[in-house]
Design a protein around this ligand. Structure first.
Ligand SMILES: [Zn+2]
Ligand SMILES: [Zn+2]
Length: 390
């Protein structure tokens, strides 16, 4: 079936290239992806599908499906949001066409072979620091769906080894302003409290569980050198590969904030500043089939056996139903500076090599979907692997 997938996708290559470059040159940050959602809708409608933009509680999300009677339901996720300032430095313009090409190939295969089953394309915006999938999931986007897949650009081709759960917390310290030279004794220094918190986090790092990470920055550090800061805000990410550790991590972090309050006479509040992401639960049979299929297209894939330290809102999807988030290479010879969230990465995401690589990932995702829908043994293996990793 791979030949069929590559042929369906190949016929649309120039239109898919035009779509991804249009999104790349018109970057939109989280929740604002109106141009990208409209462009994807227009493309899919020209291909004969009807598309709903604005669904599952997200204005810039879209959904599109093809069903051929009753059968297993397989979903493909497609992102298209950009980063502030550097545009498509995470390459979500490529994720968009990888997902669309997988959907076109799988829908065409189901139709022509008259195979019972359904394929759903979910346009999932606002991944970068926002959690579009978390919100869509809460509004039922995976109801009735049996498995899901999405592929992300990277320096090399990788299977999905998992990722960290991620909680974003903002700490606000309140003190009392005073002239920093004239009457400092009348002030309560909120920046001192923040500094003590950073020191406490730094000291904790040595004893922290190896599966955990904490990092942060001061996003409001005061107003002037001659004012004792009365309001300071800092933001932290608490991350862990092992979700069971998160409550302990949060308990320790809260105690550090309380300690900083006591030491400085400040008061503090802790509040989430974005949706929490769950860790990604990989799936070996899906990973292996994706990798084998990529390799048939001369794309060697590195089998990843431990989770990456980053996080994605695909984690929530993969904890709800079986799903993988493998990666495809955007350069034939990656240089050390080809790292995501950089301008080098952004520029590589508009090359012909990267576009062809995204389309190969699309064909490989279609293959995973096809086997899931048509092969009961594969489907059971996928479900068993999902249950075993609980
Ligand atoms: Zn990113
Ligand atoms: Zn990304």
């Amino acid at each position: 079936m791979l030949e069929k997938f590559t042929s369906v996708i190949g016929q649309k290559r120039s239109a898919l290239k035009e779509l991804t470059l249009a999104i790349w040159s018109h970057p939109e940050i989280a929740w604002q992806e109106k141009f990208a959602a409209a462009a994807a809708k227009e493309f899919l409608e020209k291909s004969g599908f009807s598309v709903t933009v604005g669904c599952f509680g997200v204005e810039t999300a879209f959904t599109c499906q093809y069903a051929n009677g009753d059968g297993p339901v397989f979903a493909i996720a497609s992102e298209y949001d950009a980063l502030p300032e550097i545009g498509h430095g995470c390459g979500h313009n490529l994720i968009c066409i990888a997902g669309i090409s997988a959907f076109l190939a799988l829908a065409s295969a189901l139709k022509e072979s008259n195979t019972p089953g359904k394929v759903v394309l979910l346009g999932t915006p606002a991944e970068e620091g926002a959690g579009g999938k978390v919100r869509m999931l809460a509004n039922g986007c995976l109801e009735g769906i049996d498995a899901v897949i999405m592929a992300h650009p990277s320096a090399k081709n990788y299977t999905d080894g998992g990722s960290t759960a991620n909680k974003g917390l903002e700490v606000t310290f309140h003190g009392r302003a005073a002239h920093a030279a004239g009457c400092p004794e009348k002030g309560i220094n909120a920046l001192d409290a923040a500094n003590l918190l950073f020191n406490a986090v730094g000291a904790y790092r040595q004893q922290m569980p190896p599966a955990a990470l904490i990092h942060g920055f001061i996003n409001n550090g005061g107003a002037a050198a001659n004012i004792i800061p009365d309001l300071v805000k800092c933001r932290f990410y608490l991350r862990t590969f092992d979700e069971k550790i998160m409550p302990e991590l949060e308990r320790r972090f809260t105690n550090m904030v309380r300690g900083a309050e006591l030491m400085t006479d400040c008061t503090a509040e802790i509040a989430p500043f974005r949706e929490a992401y769950r860790s990604r639960r990989p799936n070996t049979p899906m990973n292996e089939l994706f990798a084998e299929t990529m390799e048939k297209m001369d794309m060697p894939v590195i089998r990843v056996t431990s989770p990456g330290k980053g996080s994605s809102d695909f984690g929530d999807f993969s904890q709800t139903i079986p799903g993988i988030h493998p990666s495809f290479a955007i350069s034939p010879a990656p240089t050390p500076d080809l790292v995501s969230h950089s301008t080098v990465f952004r520029d590589a995401c508009a090359t012909d090599y990267a576009i062809d690589s995204a389309l190969k990932a699309g064909a490989a995702m279609a293959q995973v979907g096809w086997n899931f829908i048509t092969d009961e043994n594969f489907r059971n293996e996928v479900k068993e692997d999902f249950a075993r990793r609980n």
